[in-house]
Design a protein around this ligand. Structure first.
Ligand SMILES: [Zn+2]
Length: 226
């Protein structure tokens, strides 16, 4: 085996080991996991840090920690961080600071005016009627929901003027402190649909929520008859 392939093989092993750790690893820990002696491992790590393949943090004069560079992270792992961040934002804003989870609904409704532009672009070739919204709603949620693994489904009812929209894997995570995430969704759904079908409008209510122990969050959307 040539030096070059041995080198890249070791570097690949180091990257993999770091990928599995979010808390950083020391030289000895990495050496043990890749089965290479400490001195050689240290040389690899220094060289990789110099080439910006990994992060090096000096913990003290004799101790160093190594971390993976985020660009190498899998998209799904990055999405997990994003969700956590979004949940904490909601908790800080609506649960702790405003102490008013319902306020999120109004904010969602205001946001809808801007958010509608995204959908207008996506669906500009579709005639926007209440019937078409029924068919588009699940797709529209999946396009803009902040995680890739969300699954949205539409359930029609006997009543032509209403339908149910179910969101599986909602990032409220069934935790009351994140409930404002679903409230924002109520405001967004109403605001966006109203914008598309005006002068008509809809009523939106969340009839089932993971925060109340259901398996998914479910919204009922009803056309307002004037
Ligand atoms: Zn919910």
């Amino acid at each position: 085996m040539s030096y070059l392939s041995k080198k890249s093989e070791t570097e690949f092993k180091i990257l993999n080991v770091l990928e599995e750790e979010d808390l950083g690893l020391t030289i000895s820990e990495i050496a043990e996991r890749i089965g290479v002696n400490r001195n050689t491992t240290a040389k690899y790590l220094e060289s990789m840090a110099e080439r910006d393949l990994i992060y090096k943090i000096e913990k003290g004069p004799t101790s160093k920690l190594f971390y993976p560079i985020r660009v190498h992270k899998k998209f799904s792992d990055r999405a997990d961080y994003m969700v956590k961040f979004y949940q904490l934002l909601h908790e800080a804003l609506f649960f702790n600071w405003m102490k008013n989870v319902k306020k999120a609904k109004e904010i969602g409704y205001e946001m809808a005016k801007e958010a509608t532009k995204i959908y207008k672009k996506q669906f500009e070739r579709v005639d926007m009627t209440f019937e078409n919204i029924t068919r588009l709603a699940a797709l529209a949620v999946e396009i803009t929901y902040p995680t890739p693994n969300v699954q949205a489904k539409v359930y029609l009812t006997d009543d032509k003027n209403s339908f149910f929209l179910e969101i599986k894997n909602c990032i409220c995570d069934g935790k009351v402190k994140y409930r404002s995430i679903c409230e924002i969704q109520i405001g967004l759904l109403k605001g966006i649909i109203d914008e598309f079908i005006k002068p008509e409008s809809v009523q939106v209510e969340e009839v089932e929520c993971r925060c109340d122990g259901y398996n998914s969050c479910k919204y009922k959307i009803t056309r307002e008859i004037k």
